[in-house]
Write a protein that binds this ligand. Structure first.
Ligand code: F6P
Length: 550
């Protein structure tokens, strides 16, 4: 591929910098809306299954123009094409990045035959599991997924999001933490004969997953569960290690599927079990529709690219250090956690592709909670804290909340309208704020005995406003729209990574902690640790170890 300049060396970058100094630093959203009655139309973008309102971003037509130039100068389209073609764009691991191949129709992407065959096998198994929940004297009731990181967060997020589409008799559980409280709480609620365990690990070596799988196996054998091979399956690239564990039914995938991009592969088995083969195909179809949009739409209206470009500008010109994700749909409660891995493990890097320390910041911190819960926790800071934090609202027009008879349904429908009104109102309030004059005008009388005058109280009740937000709008949360939403996020991460000139597909930062953890483990062991020489350790770690020993 033709080499492209690093983004901070392009003409578009210089133009963006100049424009930011002239117009961006003091950009005011309220003025922008007042001056342009068509701002919503101008900065609203449609993509498969969703609509995105960028009009409450600190963005004008010139910025958008320079951002599009930036994408072209940095080669975002060429890098995208290289990824989709299976070139080894994960440079430090020498691997292709082909999660998109997992959702492409037959013949439309590399490794097609292999992908289709593996998927059919996985989906047939998922259907067989669903059938076992309905037949026999002792039907299957529980599926426990044991995995961590990408082998947990994606499937867990999707199963929660798609609960209205799930098999009513099968309960899905997710165990990830090496802390035994996690698995113990699940094991207390299930019975060996009624339970299927999925050991989900790309490598089948991850400490947490191996420890939890061993505990599950011990519990299963102790409880007289019978043959391990009947109740344990694996989703892994390491078939030999799974076999050594006693697992004979394995669903594979390749090393070109990154952990945090793997829910479309065999790692998605819990999703397929929950929503069935047709539902899983819909999930893939939604993602494929977004892939097509990403592959074919010009940068000017290519939503994942525009979101990636905005991320770069928000982070490096406006200096926003974090982004809060507020899904106004309770089913998306695990989306922020999923996005933390997707975005921060991908783009939390400090050197460029050539290994040079970067002179600019990369991934912001991503965090959040579902609305309206977040409003009663940290929204105070979003409205009145000392620095602006962009918020990403996700609103879903139709609700699938369902229980009881017509009176309950009406009550639930009203709650859904309340939910949407809250999401809209928060975005509006962040942007509009409230001036001190307005606060004074509606000044409540200070409570009797309070030592505060009206002007001071008004200062506390003033909101600066001009706080940016993005709103993503879905018609309904279905397997298809969820697939599109997740693919949108994946491609945004990709685009931002290219614009930062980093390798978004490795994760060397996780390795250091892993190595040191295994070194300290024996020192906590009573017999070995009591006499072990701690002198080589830093004083803090040694002191804490002494206190933690039995
Ligand atoms: O956290 C590091 C990581 O390698 C992630 O990228 C991955 O999703 C997770 O560990 C789990 O890895 P595995 O699927 O190999 O158990």
């Amino acid at each position: 591929m033709t080499p492209f300049p690093r983004c901070d060396a392009t003409a578009a970058w210089a133009a963006l910098g100049g424009h930011f100094e002239a117009h961006g630093r003091d950009f005011d959203l309220r003025d922008a809306f007042a001056q342009d009655p068509r701002r919503f139309e101008r900065f609203g973008f449609a993509a498969p299954e969703l609509f995105c309102d960028l009009s409450k971003n600190r963005l004008d037509a010139a910025t958008l123009h320079f951002l599009v130039d930036l994408a072209r100068e940095c080669g975002v389209e060429a890098w995208r094409d290289a990824m989709l073609a299976g070139e080894p764009i994960n440079l430090t691991e020498g691997r292709a990045v082909l999660h998109t191949a997992l959702r492409a129709p037959p013949g439309a992407a590399p490794f097609s035959e292999e992908v289709q065959a593996t998927r059919e096998e996985m989906l047939a198994f998922a259907e067989a599991v669903r059938a076992r929940a309905e037949e026999g004297a002792r039907p299957l009731r529980h599926v426990v997924n044991i995995g961590i990181g990408g082998s947990d967060l994606g499937p867990q997020m999707a199963v929660a999001a798609l609960a209205p589409f799930a098999h009513p008799q099968l309960e899905l559980h997710f165990v990830s933490n090496v802390d035994g409280h996690d698995i113990a709480s699940v094991l207390r609620r299930v019975a060996p004969a009624e339970t299927l365990f999925i050991v989900a690990s790309k490598t089948f070596t991850t400490q947490e997953t191996m420890a939890n799988a061993a505990t599950a196996k011990a519990w299963f054998l102790e409880g007289g569960g019978g043959a391990v091979a009947q109740h344990f399956v694996a989703a892994t690239t390491n078939v030999e290690a799974a076999a050594r564990f006693g697992i004979t039914r394995t669903f594979g995938f390749r090393d070109w599927v990154g952990g945090r991009y793997s829910l479309w592969s065999a790692i998605g088995l819990p999703i397929a079990i929950a929503i069935g083969a047709p539902g899983f195909r819909e999930l893939l179809a939604g993602a494929y529709a977004m892939d097509q949009h990403f592959a074919q739409t010009p940068v000017e209206s290519n939503l994942p690219m525009l979101l990636g470009l905005r991320l770069r500008e928000d982070r490096n010109f406006h200096g926003f250090t974090s982004r809060s994700v507020a899904p106004y749909h309770h089913g998306l409660k695990r989306l922020p956690a999923y996005l933390q891995q997707l975005e921060m493990e991908s783009n939390g890097k400090r050197v460029d592709r050539e290994g040079r320390a970067l002179p600019y910041a990369t991934s912001p911190v991503v965090w959040g909670e579902p609305g309206t819960n977040g409003q009663h926790a940290y929204f105070q800071m979003l409205h009145q804290g000392t620095e602006p934090i962009p918020v990403e609202f996700i609103l879903v027009k139709e609700s699938d909340a369902n229980a009881g008879g017509s009176a309950v349904r009406e009550a639930l429908a009203r709650q859904h309208r309340m939910l949407l009104a809250n999401g809209l109102a928060q975005a509006q309030a962040l942007m509009l704020g409230r001036t001190t004059a307005e606060a004074l005008a509606e000044q409540p009388t200070p409570p009797a005995g309070a030592a505060i005058d009206a002007a001071t109280l008004a200062a506390h009740r003033t909101f600066p406003g001009n706080r940016p937000s993005t709103t993503l709008l879905l018609e309904r949360l279905t397997p298809r729209s969820l697939g599109a939403l997740i693919a949108l996020y994946e491609h945004r991460v990709f685009t931002a990574g290219i614009l930062w000139s980093i390798d978004s597909f490795d994760q060397w930062g996780v390795e250091l902690g892993k190595g040191l953890g295994s070194h300290l483990l024996p020192l906590l062991d009573t017999a070995a640790g009591a006499d072990a020489d701690l002198s080589g350790l830093d004083a803090s770690t040694a002191g804490l170890l002494r206190r933690l020993r039995p």
